[in-house]
Design a protein around this ligand. Structure first.
Ligand SMILES: C[S@@+](CC[C@H](N)C(=O)[O-])C[C@H]1O[C@@H](n2cnc3c(N)ncnc32)[C@H](O)[C@@H]1O
Length: 199
């Protein structure tokens, strides 16, 4: 199914890009994970009712709505661009109108991913190339600290795995790569998900 059709089915608008007005190499632009990739992800990676997903740099909310719609699990999106965040709120209103039967909470927080306070129930963390590796390291550090305080297994779903991010996770953290899921050919070697797990 095409991108627009799935947006329409979910009653959301998540297509297109949003560049930053001022150039920055810390924060990346808005661009949604392709639905084709997400379809492939859910064939090979299943969420359980006890999971709680956090989408760091949630943009207009595509990943959050898509996973919520398929698995009816609690999702939190964190987004720092005010216009993009506003759009996720509008999407939430129209999505909820259509999907009243899905009872799990879905929410978006406006703010910086690196300042998001990881909750003890958060256990699946999604990233699609939202920011620099320096910020990524801070966020992973926050996750590890939370796991230290509240022991639990956690997963990282990592779309568009650029080498320095991958290297950091493999070499400098206790996360283990457990799966690779091919997602979207036009993104070539980066059009895949890596699933890292901390048991
Ligand atoms: C490539 S988009 C991914 C959107 C969504 N996760 C998806 O896959 O469809 C990255 C998003 O991260 C946001 N972002 C960048 N740096 C951020 C930060 N430090 N904290 C929160 N959001 C951030 C951008 O504004 C953008 O909307």
């Amino acid at each position: 199914m095409g991108e627009r059709k799935i947006d329409h089915m979910l009653q959301i608008k998540t297509g297109g890009l949003r560049e930053w007005r001022k150039e920055t190499d810390k924060y990346n632009r808005y661009e949604a994970t392709p639905y084709q990739a997400l379809e492939s992800l859910i064939q090979h990676y299943k969420l359980k009712p006890t999971d709680h997903v956090v989408d760091f740099g949630s943009g207009r909310g595509r990943v959050s709505f898509f996973l919520h719609n398929h698995f009816n699990v609690p999702i939190t999106g964190v987004e720092m661009n005010d216009l993009t965040f506003e759009e996720s709120q509008i999407n939430k209103a129209t999505y909820r109108q259509k999907n009243k039967h899905l009872t799990a909470p879905i929410k978006f927080e406006f703010g910086l991913a690196e300042q998001y306070e990881i909750k003890p129930e958060d256990n699946v963390f999604y990233f699609f190339n939202p920011f620099s590796v320096k910020i990524f390291k801070q966020v992973i550090h926050n996750i590890l600290r939370s796991v230290d305080e509240h022991k639990r297994p956690v997963d990282i779903i990592f779309y568009y795995p650029l080498p320095e991010f991958k290297k950091f996770l493999k070499k400098e953290t206790p996360f283990k790569l457990i799966n690779k899921i091919q997602g979207y050919k036009p993104h070539k070697k980066y059009g895949k998900f890596l699933i890292f797990r901390l048991k």
